[in-house]
Design a binder for this molecule. Structure first.
Ligand SMILES: Cc1cc2nc3c(=O)[nH]c(=O)nc-3n(C[C@H](O)[C@H](O)[C@H](O)COP(=O)(O)OP(=O)(O)OC[C@H]3O[C@@H](n4cnc5c(N)ncnc54)[C@H](O)[C@@H]3O)c2cc1C
Ligand code: FES
Length: 343
């Protein structure tokens, strides 16, 4: 290994990265981010924007020195930085690094999969799509509930969470929100129909249930952030999970909620309290306010809890501050997937 010197600091040109506790080792070129090096070595770390904005690639560096390029300070606070956390998409290694990544051994290697749409329905501003993956007999497209894929339509790609738990019949479901000026979501809305061929790359990401824990759980989502949470809840049913759960699902209007029948089925099979939160309408059947308002009304201390949050970035930023700074949640127990727009 060769060394180079920069402002008195010894910089290793080809640092070695070790992922703990699994002891997975790969080399990181000094100009590459640790995330890029991991992905090109088939190490399936969680990521979203690849641009220091979403926090999906935040991991704890337990040994070694690194440099960080510009990032969103509300996603990685100075205090976290001091504790060793880094955004791996903005991190370059200046020495060998050891990084703590729980649950990595359970993640499948991402691959390209192709399937046909077997079901597609529009509920207000959301397309609910089921894809039957083409594969050799006996092959199952394996993923952890909560993970996402990159979908391709023509020459474009976007990330979408898988909205159902992994099942033997190789069917995966997506919930795609329509944006009036959204290039990809408009193509989904206008061009896809039953039988259309869909190609995707996955599974990706590290947003999944910590199955080793027995702590009570808060699931908090906005809009189509419900998709990965629904998958995790289905997995909890399959695994006969007995943990106490609370779901806070926020939308602006009643009409924005979808698949409520599925949600009521879930309610009967788990020890879960469901809160549907309305931020721009009032209705006695719903909670009033944003999800963060409802959480702060219901809880004074989250020390013993785990939080799984999914949806828009500003909700996740506000929720993180609320839970970790005001409600005593342990930072390591805040799991999130921010639906950041692609750049
Ligand atoms: C890990 C991950 C998982 C995701 N999972 C899902 C999912 O399950 N379902 C889903 O509907 N989306 C999901 N997204 C978001 C999705 O990838 C696209 O960003 C989104 O569908 C918009 O793409 P578009 O091409 O239609 O919009 P673009 O053409 O990229 O953007 C058009 C306009 O819409 C605005 N916009 C786009 N996306 C957002 C957003 N998320 N929040 C606020 N404004 C936005 C932009 O600011 C812009 O004005 C996920 C994103 C990530 C990173
Ligand atoms: S992937 Fe690193 S901050 Fe979004």
């Amino acid at each position: 290994m060769s060394n180079s010197h920069f402002k008195g600091i010894i910089i290793i040109a080809m640092p070695q990265i070790t992922i703990k506790p699994d002891n997975i080792i790969f080399i990181c070129n000094i100009n590459d981010s640790v995330l890029e090096a991991a992905l090109s070595n088939q190490v399936n770390l969680s990521y979203g924007c690849k641009n220091g904005l979403c926090g999906s690639c935040k991991y704890k560096i337990i040994n070694g020195d690194f440099a960080l390029n510009e990032y969103n300070k509300s996603i990685l606070t100075d205090e976290e930085l001091k504790e060793g956390y880094a955004l791996l998409c903005r991190t370059t290694a200046t020495t060998n690094l050891e990084i703590f990544v729980p649950n990595l051994q359970n993640r499948s290697t991402p691959r390209i999969a192709i399937g046909n749409i077997s079901y597609i329905v529009k509920q207000n501003k959301v397309s609910i799509i089921t894809v039957k993956i083409k594969s050799p007999a006996g092959f199952v497209f394996k993923y952890l509930a909560g993970q996402y894929v990159n979908l391709f339509v023509r020459n474009m790609q976007r990330s979408y969470s898988i909205a159902n738990a992994c099942q033997e019949n190789n069917e995966v479901m997506f919930h795609v929100k329509h944006y009036d000026d959204g290039i990809f979501s408009q193509m989904v809305q206008n061009e896809l129909k039953i039988g259309s061929v869909l190609r995707f790359h996955g599974p990706l990401g590290g947003f999944s249930l910590n199955s080793l824990s027995s702590s009570p759980i808060l699931f908090i989502c906005t809009g189509t952030g419900f998709a990965p949470i629904k998958a995790i809840l289905e997995e909890c049913i399959n695994g006969k999970c007995k943990r106490k759960m609370y779901l806070y699902w926020g939308n602006k209007q009643i009409i924005d909620f979808y698949l409520l029948d599925d949600l009521h089925n879930i309610e009967h099979k788990l020890d879960i309290k469901i809160n549907l939160c309305l931020s721009c309408e009032n209705d006695v059947r719903y909670r009033s306010g944003r999800v963060t308002d409802c959480v702060v009304d219901d809880f004074t201390d989250l020390m013993d809890y785990e939080v799984y949050a999914c949806g828009n970035l500003s909700m996740i930023e506000n929720l993180y501050k609320l839970c970790c700074e005001k409600l005593n949640l342990n930072k390591d127990k805040f799991y999130s997937d921010a639906f950041v727009p692609s750049l």
